[in-house]
Write a new protein. Sequence first.
Length: 80
Amino acid sequence: MHRRSVVSYLQSMTSHRSPHDGEPPAEVDPVIEAYKRDIDRTLLRENLRKSVEERLAALVALQRLAEEARRAGRRASRRN
């Protein structure tokens, strides 16, 4: 998929409202509440402030870093 197509697709996904927007949750799930304690919400908020393009650029950079780490691991294992 072309980059512009991906960006358009992701933007269209974020522009739709959920039928549940503005409604309080039916009940509190204790499992979800337990997991929420361990989530750094500041990082989530920081990421949500970014545009779709900025998020995609960060994803591409992360993928490049992961690929470089894989290559380095392969090189290191060949030396041993």
